[in-house]
Design a protein around this ligand. Structure first.
Ligand code: PXL
Length: 284
């Protein structure tokens, strides 16, 4: 057995609602990857359309994680950041990237901050303004359209989108720094929804779609991004990993809809893990 690939995942832990670390950990672990967690905040649930949640951000704890891990001489194949708990965490995560980046470290930033044109309840405009600074250091960023608009300092547009709009957005986002960009929530017609990806080295745009299922299912951005990273770290090219992750996410949504579960309560990714592992070629 080869040594496992190890990554650091920098996200909040929301006790209920299946997002951030509670999906990144199981999905990436199933993909044969060791996930070391730096929690940015602890919440009783995610903040999307739910009220009454507890919220404790962990800004003061984070530098100590990096310090000890550096003392342990840990090496990471990837650094993967998502939901951050305070404005100060943006520069702390940026320093963590500098501390652990080596030639073969892949940095993925999911600039989690907003959806459907509005910021999440705990994200301040100041945080949104400086998220582009963190994206500069990434190899790959995975914004939705709202986050893309915040990163570029422009107005959010609702779909349906056009190829011209999407491809122009991808190229401009790549100019912020990342050589690869994947935008989620892409749709040109009501039947299909998916993602668009861009590689600056080849100037290639690719798309991955699946059948649209009605409803606004929470945590699917994190499910998609975690599955995408799992594919990339298992050696898939960006367009292949995108389709794997889109299909995985669509399966999660379909199962959840069929069960009649409240869309705010997170998707059933658990029942899809075995098939996902088989698609990645992970079998004993
Ligand atoms: O899925 C993104 C996300 C992550 N973490 C927290 C959230 C959200 C979206 O609402 O509230 C705490």
């Amino acid at each position: 057995m080869n040594k496992l690939k190890r990554i650091a995942a920098i996200h909040d832990i929301s006790g209920f609602g299946k997002c951030s670390l509670t999906v990144a950990l199981p999905i990436l672990s199933a993909a044969g990857i060791e996930v070391c967690a730096i929690p940015t905040a602890v919440l009783s649930s995610h903040t999307g359309d739910l009220t009454g949640f507890t919220y404790r951000e962990l800004t003061d704890d984070m530098p100590g994680f990096a310090k000890q891990w550096k003392q342990l001489d840990l090496h990471f194949e990837a650094l993967y950041s998502g939901f951050l708990g305070s404005y100060e965490q943006i520069s702390i995560v940026s320093e963590i990237f500098d501390t652990f980046k080596t030639e073969d470290t892949f940095i993925m930033v999911d600039p989690v901050m907003a959806d459907n044109g509005t910021l999440y309840q705990t994200i301040t405009p100041r945080m949104a303004d400086s998220m582009a600074n963190l994206c500069k250091k990434a190899d790959l960023i995975v914004p939705n359209f709202t986050e893309a608009a915040f990163l570029l300092g422009e107005k959010y547009h609702e779909g349906p989108y056009t190829r011209d709009y999407v491809e122009n957005l991808l190229r401009r986002l790549s100019r912020l720094g990342p050589r690869q960009v994947v935008i989620t929530g892409v749709w040109f017609s009501p039947e299909l929804v998916g993602t668009a990806g861009y590689c600056r080295d080849t100037d290639q745009v690719s798309y991955a779609f699946s059948q649209k299922i009605k409803g606004n299912y929470y945590g699917t951005g994190d499910v998609f991004a975690s599955a995408l990273l799992a594919g990339i770290l298992n050696g898939m090219k960006l367009d292949i990993a995108m389709q794997l992750a889109v299909d995985f996410t669509a399966g999660c949504i379909r199962r959840t809809r069929e069960a009649g579960t409240d869309a705010r309560f997170g998707v059933n990714f658990e029942a899809g893990l075995l098939k996902f592992m088989r698609e990645l070629g992970i079998t004993e």
